[in-house]
Design a protein around this ligand. Structure first.
Ligand code: APR
Length: 231
């Protein structure tokens, strides 16, 4: 099956679901500097702070008020309408795409996954994690970390993403500031491979000029509008 559309999503698609983006006006992510909570060095320096931060994010995600919005739903519909032809990759660590019914690749990991640093196995959790948490595979205690790709670590699925970008007729970036690599480089790659590139964002970004077309407004309105053009 040949991929027709590659969709890249970022924090902006989940903003209307009640999850904060990373680069708001104050430049902080939920009152923390990204470097204090999202690097391997931060985890070595202050594991309690980092675990507490992700425990809070996980509990926030599991709050019954947090739900997919029409943008997540429209992407799931698009994927269902074109089986095997719509590849969705997200920088987001929430599970709102899945809850809407889509299959996505989480290049930055998932908030509901934790990884054992002793045996490298990944397990699903909805619970808080701390130094007493035991790995359910190897039984070792105190070695569980969020399965999040932090700054300075290698994103997941890069080979598969590259392969999809090479095939796509259309590439769309939704709700991402286009500042964090390697995801920020996907538009240039897609363009080199001949794809038409579309940006959907609340407002033009620093990289808007690279795209062939832009839809500017709330993702919950603009994504369904764009999806309609493909169906
Ligand atoms: N609809 C559409 N776009 C929106 C909305 C909305 N309702 N609200 C915000 N946006 C846009 C903003 O204009 C901004 O361009 O979403 C973008 C969010 O940008 P960032 O906060 O930088 O998030 P993102 O691009 O996903 O960050 C990339 O950086 O910190 C790391 O690993 C983290 O995955 C993250 C990566």
């Amino acid at each position: 099956m040949v991929i027709e559309v590659v969709v890249l999503t970022g924090a902006g698609i989940s903003a209307e679901s009640g999850l904060a983006t990373f680069r708001g006006d104050d430049g902080l992510w939920e009152n923390h500097r990204v470097e204090d909570v999202a690097t391997p060095e931060a985890f070595v320096r202050d594991p309690e702070l980092v675990q507490r931060f992700y425990n809070q994010r996980r509990q926030q995600l599991l709050n019954p008020e947090i739900a997919p919005n029409p943008a997540h739903v429209a992407l799931a519909e698009l994927q269902r309408a074109k089986p095997g032809k719509v590849f969705i990759v997200t920088q987001n660590i929430d599970d709102l795409h899945e809850r809407a019914g889509a299959e996505v690749r989480h290049m930055h990991g998932e908030l509901l996954n934790i990884r054992c640093m002793a045996c490298v196995q990944i397990q699903r959790t909805s619970h808080d994690v701390d130094e007493t948490t035991q790995c359910s595979y190897c039984g070792v205690q105190g070695q569980m970390r969020p399965d999040i790709v932090w700054f300075g670590e290698m994103p997941y699925f890069m080979g598969e993403i590259e392969h999809a970008l090479a095939q796509a007729e259309q590439f769309v970036a939704i709700g991402t500031s286009g500042l964090v690599y390697p995801a920020a480089g996907f538009v240039a790659q897609a363009k080199d491979y001949g794809a038409r590139c579309v940006e959907i964002n609340l407002e033009p970004t620093a990289v808007s000029s690279i795209f062939d077309q832009g839809y500017y407004g709330a993702a919950s309105e603009e994504v369904p509008r764009w999806v309609e053009t493909l169906l």
